[in-house]
Write a protein that binds this ligand. Sequence first.
Ligand code: SF4
Length: 389
Amino acid sequence: MPPVAQIVERCQQLFEDLQFNAVKQWKAAQPGRKAIGYMPVYVPCEIVHAAGMLPVGILGGGDALEVIQGDAYYQSYICRIPRSTIELGLTGRLDSLDGMLFPSICDVIRNLSGMWQLMFKDKYVRYIDVPQNYDDAVGGTFYRQEMQSLREDLGALRGAPISDAEINASIRAYNANRAAVRELYAYRAAKPWQAPTSEVYLLLRAGMVLPVEEHTALLREYLAATDQVPRPRRDNARVVINGSFCEQPPLALIKSIEMSGCYVVDDDFCLVTRWLLDDVPADGDPLEELSKAFLHRSATTAAKYDVRREDKGVFLLKQVKTRGAEGVVFAAPSFCDPALLERPMLQDVLGKHGVPYTAFKYAENTGQMAPIREQAGTFADSIKLWSAA
Ligand code: SF4
């Protein structure tokens, strides 16, 4: 098997493993190790890493998990990720985690953090609030306090305070990872036939369970390996996917969009890997630098507060322009308030700039791909017709 196929197969195995054996193996390698889960969209993993713990991205149960008990905890008109996450917890699949972090995304995740505290009383649980004011003296002070609390909690959990030097070392490790992910995204935008999004996605998912240093090495191995094997180039439409920042689409959906004639040149999957847009200085006050990066140099989703109406859509438009995209596919989870309420405002911005778009909804266990393939295929065809005109 060529090296690139071996890397993708390894990532696929990690992706399918709902028992989180990679986490168990990491913990077993050294007694006393701890792992901390976190939900989308972003948490400062550097602080978890600085405590010597493994940050583990929990992105729901996907399409392979049957939700039986989880349904009893939520009404039916709600997205699926909280129900499948509860199912993962109740069936013992998350027992290897010593704690869970619930970042501020929406009311669903906020409520899930409260339920987690009631259901798993022996585990560390924290709701991570993020600033909605981007002034360093206001939102920055608040966010630094949030991170300081997390730092103190994790220090207590490991039995020793976390030093600035430890966090700075972790910032360096994550800077290297972010640089590798940026390279991967730039490579895919330049040669999308060489780095299909179904593979890029699996690589990102591997980063949810592997130690960051190992993930960075894996990304670099993939980039070197895939460039060695020329693949056929197609006359596909170049699109950005938007709205998939929390509950993840099934892998088959990503493949269907690609098979329908689209090259995905940017997206908002697993945003924790790209939330901070550039290197965080690793030689100063680490919490201040992490705060500044969040406030002034981070990605934008519907889950992040926009202070001014005119800021709406700017990030997406930039993705379209810098990646040379010809259109946008809005793909969001059913009942996802943040993504679906934001969508008309983003569509309005795209419409004003003449960027074509199409839109649909999914659930992490959507099984019927034919309608999505037809819709995405028609969209790709129409782009090709318009560009030819
Ligand atoms: S999918 Fe949307 S509504 Fe559901 S938890 Fe995530 S952000 Fe909230």
